[in-house]
Design a protein around this ligand. Structure first.
Ligand code: ADP
Length: 489
């Protein structure tokens, strides 16, 4: 399959509704660009309300048959889909780089990670057990069966444009829920490529639909997805502002909502930490995907005693990272997604320096131009700087000193967000105390990498509702039905 421009982007570059590749009703399209070159790589349909309603109806129509399939049959289809993703990982990864910008190595990891959600939930679907309760009323038997919540609407972001789809589609489909997906306008081609592989795997028409549109279409599509009565669940990953808007829209129909929103992850290094380990973890937790991750370390809180050593080593490692086109061998950091992202990074750096932070390495746009930015380290950054209060989504590490454990924990929790936190220590008592004290859905102790389909991923506070991954991930797509059988004795 190729896109209309013949560039071989794994799908026809059209939306996918009820098992058919479809253009927008009015034939309008929008351009998808490569952030590394600024060049247009494909034109994709601008779909709107009518196409979205058709996709919702197709999902609704497909629901009874999909739900009636045996769990083993749904599992087989999901595993076939995962296998096709692995078979096509090189092509998918290259497409991901062209559309999103991350280095090819990271893109390949993402494709494998994405396929692992389909594999994991293929199995979880077979184990979505109900229960038999010792009867609480005379003459009865009490059972609980787990049922699919119904048609789901999934809205996904551009930063992990493949994994964020399978992390939703895997549990939804395994649970028996058909879905309508609206991928981010920056990365529709990845979504359509994943969809094309799902079609090849044999996912039936109507079970997985993709409605694509430009940024101006997002609100129109989003309104249908959140207000149509056929849709019973919204699963969203993106900004807190849009998540809260969608939650408000879904409230009218009392729909189930799962939200994976923004973060402001603290990364705490205590004086007894293994500094080499902490710095290596800092490099990956901060600079992976050029810092464009909701779990990216956003505030480095470092004990006075080790602050200078940590900063010096982090700056050395950051300065050595190679910035470039993600397709080039040896690239560690690709371009940011767009010019607005570059402006935000620039604003955060200027604001921090204006408030007294010192620039240790990097500091602004990269000589490659476009949306390439230098990996940057700032030291002695005051905690009221914008960079410590907002999600930076760029390759800038802001380091702040602290003097004791209580102060570190207080600062770490001083944010409306609560997605991920990281801390480094060799004191086992402190591992327990600090893990318990941190108000985040994920706590990484002595590691910078924790994402896995087997574990629950999600936030506290304004970072979201619900969990994706683990056995919790499928629970969000199931509803328990209590069946009370009377007149038995
Ligand atoms: P980001 O700032 O990371 O782009 P957004 O929350 O704006 O995060 O976008 C995440 C997803 O939400 C994208 O698919 C985007 O198109 C979609 N989106 C943005 N605004 C709306 C809206 N008003 N209704 C529905 N979806 C939206």
């Amino acid at each position: 399959m190729t896109t209309p421009d013949g560039s071989g982007l794994l799908s026809p570059g059209l939306g996918y509704v009820d098992g058919r590749w479809t253009a927008a009703d009015d034939r309008r399209t929008f351009p998808v660009t490569d952030p590394a070159t600024g060049k247009v790589i494909a034109e994709v349909p601008r779909m709107g309300a009518a196409e979205t309603v058709r996709a919702i109806r197709a999902a609704e129509a497909a629901a009874p048959a999909w739900r009636r399939l045996s769990s083993g049959e749904r599992s087989r289809l999901l595993r076939a889909w995962a296998a096709l993703m692995i078979d096509n990982q090189q092509e998918l990864a290259r497409l991901l780089v062209r559309e999103q910008g991350k280095p090819l190595r990271e893109a390949t990891e993402e494709v494998r990670y994405a396929a692992s959600f389909l594999d994991w939930f293929a199995e979880e679907g077979r184990r979505a057990y109900g229960e038999v309760i010792p009867p609480g009323l005379p003459g009865t038997r009490m059972t609980v069966v787990m049922e699919p919540v119904g048609v789901g609407a999934c809205i996904t972001p551009w930063n992990f444009p493949i994994a964020m789809i399978t992390r939703k589609a895997g549990p939804a489909l395994a649970a028996g829920c058909p879905i309508v997906l609206k991928p981010a306008e920056q990365t529709p081609l990845c979504a359509l490529a994943v969809c094309a592989l799902g079609e090849r795997a044999g996912i039936p028409a109507g079970v997985f639909n993709v409605v694509v549109g430009d940024s101006e279409d997002a609100a129109v599509i989003g309104r249908e997805l959140t207000t149509r009565p056929e849709v019973r669940k919204i699963s969203f990953t993106g900004s807190t502002a849009v998540g809260s808007l969608l939650m408000g829209q879904a409230a009218g129909g009392v729909k189930s909502v799962s939200l994976e929103l923004g973060g402001n992850a603290p990364f705490i290094v205590f004086e007894d930490a293994d500094l080499d380990l902490a710095v290596s973890a800092a490099v990956s937790a901060k600079f992976r995907n050029a810092g464009q991750a909701c779990i990216a370390a956003n505030r480095f809180l470092v004990a006075d005693a080790v602050h200078d050593d940590f900063v010096a080593e982090l700056a050395r490692r950051a300065g050595a990272l190679r910035v470039g086109n993600g397709l080039d061998e040896g690239t560690d950091i690709g371009p940011l997604i767009d010019a607005a992202a570059v402006r935000k990074v620039g604003r955060h750096i200027t604001d921090a320096i204006g408030r007294g932070a010192s620039l240790v390495v990097g500091g602004g746009p990269h000589s490659l131009g476009g949306t390439f930015v230098q990996p940057t380290v700032l030291a002695d950054c005051p905690l009221d700087a914008d960079i410590c209060c907002e999600e930076t989504f760029g390759p800038v590490a802001a380091v702040t000193r602290f003097s004791d454990e209580a102060e570190a924990v207080r600062s770490a929790n001083d944010t409306p967000y609560g997605l991920a936190s990281y801390f480094f220590t060799r004191d086992t008592g402190r591992v327990w105390r600090v893990s318990e004290a941190l108000q985040t859905g994920i706590v990484a102790v002595n590691t910078g990498a924790f994402s896995s389909p087997v574990a629950p991923f999600g936030g506290m506070k304004q970072s979201g509702l619900g969990r994706e991954g683990g056995h919790e991930g499928i629970a969000d797509w199931l509803e328990s039905k209590y069946v009370c059988h009377g007149g038995v004795d």
